[in-house]
Design a protein around this ligand. Structure first.
Ligand SMILES: [Zn+2]
Length: 166
């Protein structure tokens, strides 16, 4: 049965996995609700504790919740809305792989397996699609400019013809 706040969480996360970013469209179906602090570790249904997550990320995260010892080492899962993820992890634009910037970033990436091959491939194809779209916009702008130039030239030629009488 769906979580009572399923629709709300879905919307809050814009239909994407809070951990890896894949969308419902990418995965071909609705995602799941993850308790950031697992119920088994005392987590509840407060909005802040509910993360929209794909099945993979949810499975990999499982019931992990850091012990004080884990936290002392920086071993934690980053919260998609509370933590500034870009301070911990960045994407290599060439390869689509994530690179950790801190120990917490490394742990977060390893636990959630954020460099799983299908996900890396997905990031590359997303980037390619964005580049293709940008290139198309550029070509459209160029094309519009060429058309405007061509129209201006035609007007000019027509005027010359009038002046020269043919
Ligand atoms: Zn995910």
């Amino acid at each position: 049965m769906a979580h009572p706040k399923h629709a709300q969480v879905r919307q809050r996360y814009n239909y994407r996995c809070g951990y890896c970013g894949v969308s419902e469209v990418d995965t071909g179906g609705e995602l799941t609700i993850d308790h950031f602090q697992p119920v088994s570790a005392g987590g509840d249904d407060r909005d802040d504790n509910l993360v929209y997550a794909c099945i993979r990320c949810n499975q990999y995260k499982s019931n992990f919740f850091p012990s004080p010892n884990d936290l002392a080492h920086g071993w934690q899962v980053l919260h998609p809305r509370r933590d500034e993820i870009s301070a911990y992890v960045r994407e290599d634009q060439q390869t689509g792989a994530l690179i950790s910037l801190t120990e917490s970033g490394r742990f977060h990436m390893a636990l959630l397996q954020l460099n799983r091959p299908a996900l890396v491939e997905h990031r590359v194809s997303q980037r390619l699609a964005a580049l293709t779209a940008a290139k198309q916009r550029l070509l459209e702008t160029e094309n519009a400019q060429l058309r405007a130039t061509s129209a201006a030239q035609e007007t000019y030629i027509a005027r010359l013809r009038q002046l020269l009488g043919f």
